[in-house]
Write a protein that binds this ligand. Structure first.
Ligand code: ADP
Ligand code: MG
Length: 234
């Protein structure tokens, strides 16, 4: 579960990227965060990933109160999240397998366990036949599938995808979102930020619409519940 209570994010420049945002996402839910460029989508994703600290308000992610998360706890917290970006962020000179294995290597798992798990997720995204290919030579759609495999390899409870289809043409965009739908159907919470309204129409899913930092619509969501200060330990 992800919850935001009265979250405001003001950058040092004075710009208020989010204003009094209240939001509740259930475990295993699939949600689009929509809005024009500049609406605050990326800021919201970064707050949920503990990459930014809000100016005011409270954020709970998977039972953790991010406001009291110590800096030293952030890497551990992030292991429970998988991130997917618009520009894929693969290491171009490494193979598909090496890219996907990376989050597991920092955990110090055995070679055999890593190979097994990497094989599983590559199969899941239909990229097993590219296991030894260098990431540099893959098409955009293929790179994003590998990036999704990398995001999944840790078995995160939440996937945060910021404009994952921003560099892809419409057919591939559909395919990538469908793939993330499949991920969600196996129990993972999936949050996708997109400015692509055509995509929203293709998928009949909950849409949290941002405009100038405000949530102006939350179709399919419960009304934002303003809970009392939650007592959650980090
Ligand atoms: N690091 C930053 N410093 C100052 N202003 C920022 C920063 N990042 C984003 N902004 C501003 O915050 C607003 C929301 O940006 P962003 O969250 O990136 O929106 P979106 O992802 O919807 O395009 C914009 O006005 C943007 O210029
Ligand atoms: Mg953005």
């Amino acid at each position: 579960m992800i919850q935001l209570y009265h979250v405001t994010m003001r950058y040092p420049s004075g710009i208020e990227a989010l204003r009094e945002v209240n939001l509740r996402l259930h475990e295993g839910e699939f949600v689009f965060v929509a809005g024009r460029s500049g609406a605050g989508k990326t800021t919201l994703m970064k707050l949920m990933g503990a990459e930014l600290t809000p100016t005011s308000g409270q954020i709970l992610v998977a039972g953790r109160n991010l406001g009291v998360l110590k800096r030293s706890q952030v890497p551990y917290f992030r292991r429970g999240l998988g991130a997917v970006w618009q520009d894929f962020r693969l290491l171009p000179d490494r193979t598909v397998t090496e890219n996907v294995a990376m989050p597991l290597e920092v955990l110090g798992l055995s070679r055999r366990k890593i190979a097994l798990r990497v094989g599983q997720v590559l199969e899941l995204v239909g990229m097993e036949q590219y296991a030894d290919a260098q990431a540099l030579w893959l098409s955009g759609g293929e790179q994003q599938r590998v990036a999704i495999a990398r995001a999944l390899v840790n078995e995160p409870s939440i996937i945060l995808a910021d404009e994952p289809t921003g560099n892809l043409d419409p057919d591939l965009s559909y395919e990538i979102i469908q793939m993330l739908r499949d991920v969600q159907s196996r129990g993972t919470t999936v949050v996708i930020a997109t400015h692509d309204t055509a995509l929203l129409e293709l998928f009949n899913e909950r849409v949290v619409l941002l405009n100038k930092g405000f949530v102006i619509e939350d179709e399919g969501g419960e009304p934002a519940v303003l809970a009392p200060e939650p007592e959650v330990t980090p």
